[in-house]
Design a protein. Structure first.
Length: 754
């Protein structure tokens, strides 16, 4: 059935192609391509193996000596995800490996270029489930659907954002953004991909995708003439080494389970509470490959400040009458990235355009903030009951103007006033912003504007005239916000472009070059004082840790994601000793580490390594291999794709097809690939009689697999888009360093390409 659908898809695409005339020369060249592709397929000239153990007995010479005598080259790209056909981005990445393989072959090397297929994670399953629902709604061929205009995304182009956290590497590039098709229903998206409507219902079965798209991807690569050795078609890739991920291939499934077991034994996988992007609708973490929007976005951690209401503004008092207990403690909750500046608070801003909620946090405590922030806090252990948002009242921001609140650590002990700031966004932070004019350019400009136009803003002028005090000494002075606003000639709160520029400069200079000149940690560098001030606020019950997505994240099930603090299995990326090893490898001082081929790529790796930490490696929904010690969970898609390049080296011994339905040259069943066999093949232990007896695999076959791995590994080229430095490529480095010894997987050259 998959072949029939593929043929229909091909016919449809051909029918859309404009008929050209006078193409005889082109057609002649294509005929030559086909002729020699067929010849390559018949002669299998791109199928490459390591020197046999009969030719060169195992351990008679070292792997390095063997490679010197009989040079090899191995390169690959990040394997494509099988939720559609290959696109231009795949072509760009694969071309780098193709060129490298061609040069290596002309140099007389055994050039290996394998390719596999990725299906792990949520994307395929989520789309299949959508189609299942749409089939139930409209019928098998969607005949019950009433034609209507296809939705068009009319969102304005996003303005360039100033970075909130200057210490983080970020990129706006993502595969999710690149592949977005605007349509209301999933079957319409499938039609836009060229799939006939009468075939779309087949894709409601997630396993059908795994049968359907790999052959099409192989066909596309064949047409381009890549050197990925021959299989059933005239390819130039060594498809003997191809496979599909997930439990669909029991051999690869065993490989992933072995990998996870060993990482747990090495204490690289841990269990505990951590902040993670989470989909309430899906009931699980939403990792990069699960997202329709927001790939690469992580949790942003703030300090949630508790500003207790001392005196309500008249409008607020009237609006809240009888809605809150008489003995309630009510707090405005601004979220700040700069707790070290709290000594200089002289006001707190809200937007007159936002309707705020008042949410029950404990028996007597209530928090004022946006509904969006409350959704996040409900899953971070900050409310009475986890996952429950208990809203006692709502109130317009305009009614809060003039309310007097206590500002923790501020020199203004009698409290500060709530003042208006129209530029506050309900989609960022809590919708409440504390004002520190000495170090925040936006706060400085707003404060000056309020002082000049008190009547226009409907406030008492004295509310905006509390003293602005110096908090931090910087090379630009002890009032950096004022200095920058004067230098950049910023006179209006509406000058957002210049304010963003000033904000980043003030934050960077204050953090990296500033010294505290007030408070308990006076005289200390801001970089060291900042966490101390924050902890002091938390210890005194004046603040708490709050986290939310850095930017909007939407799951493939169309859920706006939050950040949850939850118990989960995670890879402890960022652990100091592991991180140091990775940074040393990227530095490549001895020439034996990671070759990034450019300073830009090297700097990007270093930036990611310095902020990346604790990555959830398990999920409860989607496709994948089960976590061996906790099978209710699946291994997530960026955790089963870190060292699969090693699997290529032995795949022909295991299976002849991508699903592992037919045994390979080693006549090995998946149940025979016990953990100790993987250990031996990948140079983590030596061979003994126990491994042979328990696995029932012959010594000759085991040694042949070991030879293949030792010979082809390490990689000579790894090609990918630079957007994957923020996850896959850095994970690739971390896990290679953990699993393999320096003589195998650590001499890996990883170029990244755009």
């Amino acid at each position: 059935m998959a072949n029939e659908a593929a043929k229909a898809l091909e016919a449809l695409q051909v029918s859309k192609t404009k008929e050209l005339k006078g193409t005889e020369k082109r057609d002649f060249l294509i005929s030559l391509e086909k002729k020699y592709q067929q010849k390559w397929a018949e002669e299998k000239i791109f199928e490459v193996d390591a020197p046999s153990t009969k030719e060169v007995p195992l351990h008679s010479i070292t792997a390095e000596e063997l490679r010197q005598q009989q040079p090899k080259w191995m390169g690959c790209m990040a394997f494509p995800y099988m939720n559609g056909r290959l696109h231009a981005g795949h072509l760009f990445s694969v071309s780098k490996v193709e060129f490298g393989a061609g040069v290596a072959r002309m140099q007389g090397k055994r050039a290996l270029f394998p390719m596999g297929w990725h299906a792990t994670g949520m994307p395929i399953k989520a789309v299949a489930d959508k189609l299942k629902n749409e089939v139930a709604m409209f019928g098998r061929d969607f005949d019950g659907y009433q034609e209507e205009e296809v939705l068009v995304d009319d969102k304005p182009v996003e303005a360039k954002e100033a970075r909130d956290d200057i210490t983080k590497f970020s990129t706006k590039k993502s595969k999710a953004n690149a592949k977005t098709i605007k349509a209301k229903y999933q079957f319409q998206i499938m039609e836009a991909m060229g799939i006939p409507r009468q075939e779309i219902h087949l894709f409601a079965d997630a396993s059908y995708w795994l049968d359907f798209f790999p052959p099409l991807a192989q066909e596309d690569l064949t047409s381009l003439g890549f050197r990925i050795g021959s299989w059933d078609f005239s390819f130039h890739c060594d498809w003997r080494r191809s496979f599909i991920t997930t439990e669909a291939n029991p051999y690869f499934d065993a490989f992933v389970r072995w990998q996870m077991i060993r990482l747990k034994e090495l204490n690289k996988i841990k269990f505990g509470k951590r902040y993670t992007i989470y989909s309430i609708k899906d009931g699980q973490p939403c990792m990069d490959h699960d997202r329709a929007e927001g790939e690469g976005v992580g949790p942003q951690e703030y300090t949630g400040l508790k500003m207790k209401v001392l005196e309500w503004a008249p409008k607020a008092g009237e609006a809240l009458k009888s809605k809150l207990p008489a003995d309630a403690n009510v707090f405005l909750i601004p979220a700040t990235l700069r707790p070290e500046t709290m000594y200089g608070q002289n006001a707190v801003f809200v937007s007159p355009k936002i309707t705020y909620g008042i949410f029950k946090a404990s028996e007597k405590d209530y928090y004022v903030m946006t509904q969006r922030a409350a959704r996040n806090m409900a899953y971070q252990g900050l409310f009475v009951q986890d996952g429950v948002v208990d809203q006692a009242a709502d109130i317009d921001g305009s009614a809060l103007i003039g309310t007097r609140v206590h500002a923790p650590f501020s020199i203004h002990k009698d409290g500060v006033r709530v003042l208006p700031m129209e530029s506050i966004l309900p989609t960022k932070g809590t919708g409440v912003v504390t004002s520190v004019p000495s170090d925040s350019p936006a706060d400085w400009v707003m404060t000056m504007d309020l002082r000049k136009k008190a009547a226009y803003y409907g406030i008492e002028q004295e509310w905006a005239e509390l003293e602005v005090v110096s908090i931090i000494n910087t090379p630009s002075g002890d009032m950096i916000a004022k200095t920058l606003c004067e230098q950049l000639k910023i006179a209006s709160p509406k000058d957002t472009v210049q304010l963003d520029k000033a904000k980043e400069t003030a934050y960077s200079e204050g953090y990296y070059k500033g010294t505290m000149n007030i408070g308990e940690f006076k005289g200390e560098a801001v970089e060291t004082a900042k966490p101390k001030v924050r902890q002091s606020l938390i210890d005194q019950g004046l603040a708490f840790v709050y986290s939310e997505p850095e930017r909007k994240v939407v799951s493939r099930s169309a859920d706006d994601c939050i950040v949850a603090l939850m118990d989960q299995w995670y890879l402890d990326y960022g652990e100091e000793s592991w991180k140091k090893t990775a940074l040393d490898w990227v530095e490549n001082a001895d020439g034996k580490g990671l070759n990034t081929f450019s300073h830009e790529t090297k700097n990007a790796f270093q930036g990611v390594l310095n902020w990346l930490n604790q990555w959830a490696c398990a999920r409860s929904y989607g496709l994948g291999s089960k976590l061996p010690w906790d099978p209710q969970f699946l291994v997530e898609s960026l955790s089963d794709s870190t060292i699969y390049m090693a699997y290529y080296t032995i795949a022909p011994y295991l299976h002849k097809d991508i699903f592992g339905r037919e045994k390979g040259t080693g006549s090995i069943g998946p149940e025979q690939m016990i953990d100790e066999v993987w250990d031996y093949v990948f140079c983590r232990r030596e061979l003994d009689d126990k491994i042979i007896s328990e696995s029932k695999i012959s010594k000759e076959t085991l040694e042949s697999m070991r030879r293949s791995f030792e010979y082809f590994y390490p990689l000579d080229l790894r090609s990918s888009g630079k957007d994957l430095i923020g996850n896959h490529l850095t994970f690739f480095l971390y896990i290679h360093l953990a699993i393999f010894t320096p003589s195998t997987g650590l001499e890996v050259s990883v170029p990244t390409v755009t």
